[in-house]
Write a protein that binds this ligand. Structure first.
Ligand code: NAD
Length: 249
């Protein structure tokens, strides 16, 4: 049976770990050639190795999403090697710096905003430029349940994740008539290295969840794949929570 992303090309940022790695693998298993972008060379190359071992095709491009020249080079590499860009999962992000607002060093605010929010803007900017030439494309941005609600000591992260939802809606409207769809996903608490740095005890955290467990990166990846697929052809400018019911509380 033909795979749904055969002859298609996807970029996944933050593809060297967690949700991004699972997403890169999921796009590859649907038949896409995948550009794995990450600031972490070891993690990114490992994801490429995993894709190739599973019979897929991928390259790694070292990318700091907060730097315009890196993001432009990431898209250029996709075109140089694979000739096109159909899908993008803009997913790279860092956790909250963990300060109350009055105590937050300005440079920590700037770091989180520049990776999580400005990085998302830069990715969309350069990805859309190529997708416009092709007349079609689909983009998924990773926000968070912190894009919908707030928690204490997360003003930098929460602002960035709320901003991603606004950016997603604005981008969707900018390009809806040109065949480019832009959506967001809002993961709940997902078992990744990022969350393990933040929560002291995964079992205690799992017990607080409606389903009694944390999510897996693969469960989030499937949502990203669906939003990019033709099955979601009339879906744009919205978000999909992948949180096991957390935000319904
Ligand atoms: N894990 C969760 O529970 C959860 C929940 C909601 C949202 N998210 C979001 O999901 C995304 C992925 O997180 P994860 O949990 O897989 O974390 P992770 O730490 O496992 O992976 C994040 C990846 O992003 C990369 N990265 C960091 N800064 C970068 C930069 N400047 N340029 C390029 N790559 C960079 C890291 O090297 C890493 O490989 C993030 O945007 C995060 O905010 C995660």
């Amino acid at each position: 049976m033909a795979k749904s992303f055969e002859n298609r090309v996807a970029v996944v940022t933050g593809g060297g770990s967690g949700i991004g790695r699972a997403s890169a693998l999921a796009f590859a298993m649907e038949g896409a050639k995948v550009v794995v972008a990450d600031i972490d060379v070891k993690g990114g190359e490992e994801t490429v190795r995993m894709i190739k071992n599973a019979g897929g095709e991928a390259i790694f491009v070292k990318t700091d999403v907060s730097k315009a020249q890196d993001v432009e080079a990431m898209v250029n590499k996709a075109i140089e090697v694979y000739g096109r860009l159909d899908y993008a999962h803009n997913n790279a992000g860092v956790e909250p710096s963990g300060h109350l607002i009055a105590d937050m060093p300005e440079e920590m605010w700037d770091r989180v905003i520049s990776i999580n929010l400005k990085g998302m803007f830069l990715c969309i900017k350069y990805e859309v430029a190529q997708m416009l030439k092709q007349g079609k494309g689909a983009i998924v941005n990773t926000s968070s349940i912190d894009g919908l609600i707030a928690m204490p000591c997360t003003s930098d992260y929460t602002s960035s994740k709320h901003g991603i939802l606004g950016l997603t809606k604005a981008a969707a409207l900018d390009y809806a008539a040109q065949g480019i769809r832009v959506n967001a996903i809002c993961p709940g608490t997902i078992q990744t290295p990022l969350i393990m740095r933040l929560i002291p005890d995964p079992q205690v955290e799992a017990a607080k969840m409606p389903m009694g467990r944390l999510g897996t990166p693969e469960e989030v990846a499937q949502a990203a794949v669906w939003l990019c697929s033709d099955a979601a052809s009339f879906v744009t400018g919205t978000h999909l929570s992948v949180d096991g019911g957390w935000a319904a509380w």
